[in-house]
Design a protein around this ligand. Structure first.
Ligand code: NAD
Length: 294
């Protein structure tokens, strides 16, 4: 299949590579020169622009930071939806506001272009290994069209509901993740300040009632888990500012239905303070730094 892939960042790059490895003809583009160079070196075909990726594309996939990037890529007179051939399937895997996903899906439908929101969970490790979880919003028929490609990038595919529903599911999940990373960091910092070995404490909690995804796969304490961003200077991974964006989306979603999300609100504020302290570009597990003596 001929696939256009736009947004070759920490997630999009490895996802595009998995489609290429599966035998698809992938043409990728990113605004960042560094991202283009990195994935060209990994063997991905890089187009000169987002428009140029569309040539002959049967499916367009995007993996961009936030709502404004997705809306400006697809919408308006110069947006991609005005250039993509009717009948093409668009899969947007960025984590954005559900309202933005619905806007893009409606604009696509008006031109005969099916658009599904398919945000992911599983981190950069999952993107590289092809084991992501996809949460899809859109029609069942469009999900079935996308499924063979999603299966090459992920291990779990869920239909959350109509357009935008994938985003709502993703925001609920990431609010929980943001909270549990802070809780995990808090517990580890407390133990270490009291003389415990972080590896021993992590293993105790992992196998006890405090066990969670951060302790299993993404330990925030440097040196505990070789593969985690914490052991690589918090580089790569899932940026603090992206987590901050997701917690902001969660609060907007909560306000719209008058839901009580006290810990989600507190978590947003803690990541905001962590970002203001200069850590916005570091992986979100670096929030541990805000809870520990330097
Ligand atoms: P990233 O910042 O590493 O990558 C985003 C890329 O998009 C950048 O390389 C940027 O240059 C590019 N870009 C922005 N606007 C563009 C445009 N108009 N055209 C082409 N390229 C453009 O971010 P990421 O970590 O890959 O995350 C992407 C999305 O996935 C975000 O919405 C994030 O919330 C979500 N997500 C990330 C993770 C993670 O662990 N990193 C996990 C799940 C979901």
């Amino acid at each position: 299949m001929k696939i256009a892939f736009i947004g070759l960042g920490n997630m999009g790059g490895p996802m595009a590579l998995n489609l290429k490895k599966a035998g698809h003809d992938v043409s990728g583009f990113d605004l960042s020169e560094a991202a283009r160079a990195k994935f060209a070196a990994d063997g991905l075909t890089i187009a000169a622009s987002a428009d140029a990726t569309l040539e002959g594309a049967e499916v367009v996939i995007s993996m961009l930071p936030a709502s404004q990037h997705v809306e400006s890529l697809y919408l308006g007179e110069t947006g991609l939806l005005a250039k993509i051939a009717p009948g093409t399937l668009v899969i947007d895997s960025s984590t954005i506001a559900a309202a933005s996903s619905r806007k893009v899906a409606q604009a696509g439908a008006a031109r005969g272009i099916a658009v599904i929101d398919a945000p992911v969970s599983g981190g950069t490790g999952g993107a590289i290994a092809g084991t992501l979880t996809f949460m899809v919003g859109g029609t069942q028929a469009d999900l079935e069209r996308a499924r063979p490609l999603l299966e090459k990038m992920g291990a779990n595919i869920f239909h959350a509901g109509d357009a935008g529903a994938g985003q709502t599911a993703k925001i609920c999940n990431n609010m929980l993740l943001g909270i549990l990373m802070i809780g995990t960091s808090e517990a580890l910092a407390l133990g270490v300040a009291n003389g415990l070995d972080p590896k021993v404490l992590s293993e105790i909690m992992r196998r006890s009632s405090g066990g969670n995804w951060a302790l299993e796969k993404y330990n925030p304490m440097p040196g505990v888990m070789e593969t985690a961003p914490a052991s690589k200077g918090y580089a790569g991974g899932f940026g603090t500012d992206l987590m901050l964006k997701d917690l902001g989306l969660a609060q907007e979603t909560a306000a719209a239905v008058k839901a009580a999300t006290p810990l989600g609100g507190l978590a947003r504020n803690l990541y905001a303070a962590h970002s203001l302290a200069g850590h916005g570009a570091l992986d979100f597990s670096s929030v541990l730094k805000s809870l520990q003596k330097p």
